[in-house]
Design a protein around this ligand. Sequence first.
Ligand SMILES: NC(=O)c1ccc[n+]([C@@H]2O[C@H](COP(=O)([O-])OP(=O)(O)OC[C@H]3O[C@@H](n4cnc5c(N)ncnc54)[C@H](OP(=O)(O)O)[C@@H]3O)[C@@H](O)[C@H]2O)c1
Length: 504
Amino acid sequence: MEHKVGFCIETIPGDCGAVLFGGTGDLAARKILPAFFNLYRTKLLPRKFYLAACGRTAMDTAAYRASVKEKLKRFCGNAGEADLAGFLELVSYVKADYDSPGFFTALAAELDRLDAGTGVFKRRFFYLATPPASFLQIARRLKAAGLLDETGAPGAWARILIEKPYGYNLASAIELDKELALNAGEEQVYRIDHYLMKETIQNILTLRSVNNIFEGTWNGRFIDNVQITVFEDLGVEGRADYFNTMGTARDMLSHIFQMAAIVAMELPASFRDMGVKEAKARLFSSVRKLSEEDIVKNTVRGQYGPGGKKAGAELAGYRQGAGVTPDSDTETFFAMKFYIDNERWRGVPFYVRVGKRMPGKKTRIVIEYKKSDGGVFGFAGLDYTNVLHMNIQPEESLILSLNTKHPGPKLCFTRRDIKLNYRQHTEEYDVPGDYERLLLDAMAGDQTLFVSSGDMNFMWNFITPIVELWRNRPELAPLLFYPSLSAGPKEAGLLLKKDGRAWH
Ligand SMILES: NC(=O)c1ccc[n+]([C@@H]2O[C@H](COP(=O)([O-])OP(=O)(O)OC[C@H]3O[C@@H](n4cnc5c(N)ncnc54)[C@H](OP(=O)(O)O)[C@@H]3O)[C@@H](O)[C@H]2O)c1
């Protein structure tokens, strides 16, 4: 029997317009446009709404709608003709020239026209899904054209959504932040980390908050270590340009620390913006930065080489890929150990590993508890610890392994798992996904699941000395090669083995 817990909050966005820069791009096609379309067909878009997509490619609205229709058919299951037609009515295309202030003045006039046509007045969000190098220029020009002013109509608002990466090192992130602050208030800036929008990540906070069995033991008295794994089976797949500048550590930095924060932060007094932001900020201020010695001992960087087979053919290594130099030292695998120096987590290692071309796709957070002393059975020497697996994607489940009595007349112990599938009923598969959720929250003005300027600052401060040591003193932390579709460099296993532990 299922008991529904009697509590439900729904975020309902008010009427507004959306402007999508990079409307012809890969992310727009695969994620953003399908998310808008899914909101439309599940009736979660505001009653009055428009979507103005911008791109430098010359075309008119009719041609853009035709291209969007084709993409939606490809990337959304069961896109019915009536829904497609209804949604495309809301979509228009504006040819962009980001170097020209005249374009932004013309855009302002076009948005006023769309406002008048739909009855939405100066409540707009600007989604920057262009290459990161253009973020600042677009923000500056939006400001200069008055498009970030929250005036001109009752309840007017203007918000900017920014895709990752937010800078590529500490200096560029600080510059982006400083310049953005000149053009928009922090409450107008929505930095995206779509991992935070994942149902299974939000469920961690629910699990901790409303189940006494967890929160009471969620600390270093009971927990031995925490492990975060993010594996992809794909390689860089045509994104070598981007990847060569970033590498895995910087590319995945925000996802890793946002997940760590959800696991480790103190539970906030409220789950609205400020409560969560403050709890994360306190947590990050307690993360111990890695010294040079720590970086050498407790980080591992790797790059996939040839190996493994897909469709019968051996996969090429990273250096053999298109757009990659044969001596590239960009890492495609990263592992590390770090500590959080606060009352709750003192002495508990957090292990992280992230890699491309791994044997399968999985994002998983593991809580490994300390070994029980066995109580009255202490003499028996229990082999197993309790382990809580939180499978984030693609599998969405919780598995808790327990020590139990083995059935039978003898007194023997065995390990058994309790498994909870996050989605249990058909209708639970048909709920908004991560990009739908971020659009809903941005429209509703809820920044809880977005990343603050302080978070970004912490993350770049943490990672910059690591990637700089790798670059400037490579002999201290050499790049290690692993075959495609293997479990990564063996040194990532040694990181735990030397502490008497193993990856789960
Ligand atoms: N693709 C992903 O899986 C993914 C995942 C997470 C985050 N992101 C981030 O999302 C953003 C968009 O990614 P994407 O993969 O969609 O990129 P993309 O396909 O390379 O580019 C997006 C669009 O931006 C426009 N553009 C290209 N160069 C530009 C420039 N110099 N100035 C202004 N506009 C330019 C292009 O349209 P026009 O030529 O028509 O203007 C292009 O269609 C990036 O910041 C990326 O880091 C992407």
